[in-house]
Structures are given as structure tokens and as C-alpha cells.
Design a protein around this ligand. Structure first.
Ligand code: ADP
Ligand code: MG
Length: 295
């Protein structure tokens, strides 16, 4: 597979503050890389380095084999970018802004644009200043998805979108991936990353602390389950995939579960007459807490 993005030992300081101390990862054609980490970890800073908006102090950063700082104009012709806070010209309509973005990018696919406006249920005739946060994101997404790019960079793109629209976004990203495009998706929504990403890059305090396929990282993704049954539920503690089992009063318990075992655990629980079964996936924060406890 072709290496589209290559970042190696990148450092970035803002004055004395080291925002990025060691960032290394790649994105290849035909894959979605989930870029995750808590707020302030350095995701947007890394992306701004990639976009040639700010320059790095050290390290290598290339897109399509070209330097992201020196060759940024050339690189931009082949990339789409959507930030988490799309800013628009308030006096233009959404439709006008999408057309303008497309023109600046050298054209694009107007049939696809119309299709996306329908899918995202955007009213393109309204002035941008009247748009909600979610509608501004839609304008950014429709523009970015309507042009022909080889690399798509999304920085928390679905903030403000409702779940239905988030699903539309996810479908579109999957189509891009199958068309062989490279996608870098920064997100703090673990479920979104889980669904889309082939590989995950985890950044923490300006440093990449983990990269791998979701399968590799599955040991990190445990859900918290709360169960209440009519019969004694202590046998659940012995099941495969159950961890940190804590029995509470009145046949209820709380424990964590490795995602692949949830079905078997639910089946066993039903034999004990379930009164309540609640499964909450880990937030990214849980994941970090669990993984970095004690360091
Ligand atoms: P993330 O996108 O992961 O939430 P950011 O990349 O936006 O994190 O920020 C990483 C760190 O760098 C934060 O501590 C942030 O306050 C700091 N930072 C970002 N941009 C600047 C800037 N222009 N000047 C000073 N500090 C900055
Ligand atoms: Mg950010």
C-alpha cells in the first residue's frame, strides 16, 4: 500500500510549551486511521502541521512524499480537510459556500454534492449566519466530500451532528476508504473510531503512546455492565471476559466485559432471570485511565 502521510519524530513548541514532543505515524491509501487522545493531547496541532498552517521545529512530515510545509500549496490540491468548528462567511448561503469551496479546489462532483445535500438534510438556501453548529459542520463535510481528493483529514468532524447524521458521515467515509482514499480521522468519540478505523493512533501529551489495529487494542476496550437478576448472579463472575466483578446488594453486580464476550454473558444472565442489563462502552477517558493507571 502506498504511504500517503508520513510523520516521523515531529516536535512542535509554542514558546516554551512543547505541544508535540514526539509524533510518529503513517496513513496509507485505502485505510482509515483513527487519531485519538484526550483534549489538549495535540491532535489539532498535529493536523495543523500536516496542513502547513504551522511549521514543526523538528522531524519529518510528508504527504504524497512532499514536505508539508514547503510544498503545502501543491499538497492542498489533493486533500480535503474538515475542522471541528467549520467557520463560514455569514452573508453567503450554505450552497454558495459549498460551490466556492469546490471551485477553489478545482471543481468536483456536483451530482455528489446534490446527493450529499439530500443525505445530510441541509437547506443550502439559508444564509450561513443562521446555521446552527451542526449545519455549519454539514456545509464543511459536504464541500470536503464533493471534491476529488486522495487524502481526507477530519478533525472531530461530527461535533454538533445528531446520531443520524453521524451515521451518514460514517457511510461516506467507508465509501472513500473502499475507493482507495486515505483518511485521517481525529475524534474523541470512541464508537465512531471503532466503527471506521483500520488502525488507531493514540496521542497523549504530545506523544504517540500506542498505534495498532483495533484488534490489537481490544484489550483496552471493555464495557461496563450493570446487571440485576432474580436468582443469585455470582456465577457470572466466573465467565470468560468478565473482569472486576463487584456484587452489590439484592442480586445486582457491576463488572467490565471484553467486547467479544458480551453475547455469552447476556445469555448466561438471562438464565438467572434478568431484571436489568445495562452495558456502557468505555469512553476514551476510561480507556486512558485504564491503560495509564499508575504511570
Ligand atoms: P487536541 O486537538 O488534541 O485537543 P491541541 O492540538 O489543540 O489538542 O492542543 C495541544 C496543546 O497545545 C494544548 O495544551 C493547547 O493548549 C496547546 N496549543 C495549541 N495551539 C496553541 C497555540 N497556538 N499557542 C499556544 N498553545 C497552543
Ligand atoms: Mg483538537
Amino acid at each position: 500500500m502506498a504511504e500517503i502521510v508520513k510523520v516521523k519524530n515531529v516536535k512542535k513548541n509554542f514558546g516554551k510549551f512543547q505541544a508535540l514532543s514526539d509524533v510518529t505515524f503513517t496513513v496509507e491509501a485505502g485505510e482509515v486511521v483513527g487519531f485519538i487522545g484526550p483534549n489538549g493531547a495535540g491532535k489539532s496541532t498535529t493536523i495543523r502541521v500536516l496542513l502547513g498552517i504551522i511549521n514543526r521545529q523538528a522531524g519529518e512530515a510528508t504527504i504524497f512524499g512532499k514536505d508539508v510545509w514547503k510544498d503545502s500549496l501543491e499538497i492542498h490540491k489533493r486533500i480535503s480537510y474538515v475542522p471541528g468548528d467549520v467557520a463560514l462567511w455569514g452573508s453567503l448561503t450554505g450552497g454558495e459556500i459549498i460551490d466556492l469551496f469546490m471551485k477553489l479546489h478545482g471543481g468536483g462532483d456536483h451530482e455528489k454534492k446534490k446527493y450529499l445535500i439530500r443525505r445530510f438534510e441541509l437547506d443550502p438556501k439559508k444564509k450561513a449566519k443562521s446555521y446552527s453548529k451542526g449545519n455549519r459542520q454539514k456545509v464543511g463535510l459536504i464541500a470536503a466530500l464533493s471534491v476529488h481528493s486522495d487524502l481526507y483529514i477530519f478533525d472531530e468532524p461530527t461535533s454538533g451532528l445528531d446520531p443520524l447524521m453521524e451515521a451518514v458521515f460514517q457511510e461516506e467515509v467507508e465509501k472513500l476508504k473502499h475507493a482507495g482514499k486515505a483518511i485521517l480521522l481525529s475524534s474523541h468519540i470512541l464508537s465512531e473510531v471503532e466503527r471506521l478505523a483500520d488502525r488507531v493512533v493514540i496521542i497523549r501529551k504530545g506523544r504517540i503512546v500506542e498505534t495498532g489495529t483495533l484488534k490489537d487494542l481490544r484489550h483496552l476496550t471493555r464495557s461496563t455492565v450493570t446487571v440485576e437478576t432474580k436468582k443469585d448472579l455470582s456465577p457470572l463472575a466466573e465467565l470468560k471476559g468478565v473482569h472486576d466483578f463487584q456484587q452489590k446488594e439484592g442480586n445486582s453486580a457491576i463488572f467490565s466485559v471484553d467486547a467479544p464476550f458480551i453475547n455469552e454473558i447476556l445469555l448466561e444472565a438471562t438464565k438467572l432471570d434478568v431484571k436489568k442489563f445495562e452495558s456502557v462502552p468505555p469512553t476514551l477517558e476510561d480507556l486512558f485511565m485504564r491503560h495509564y493507571e499508575g504511570d
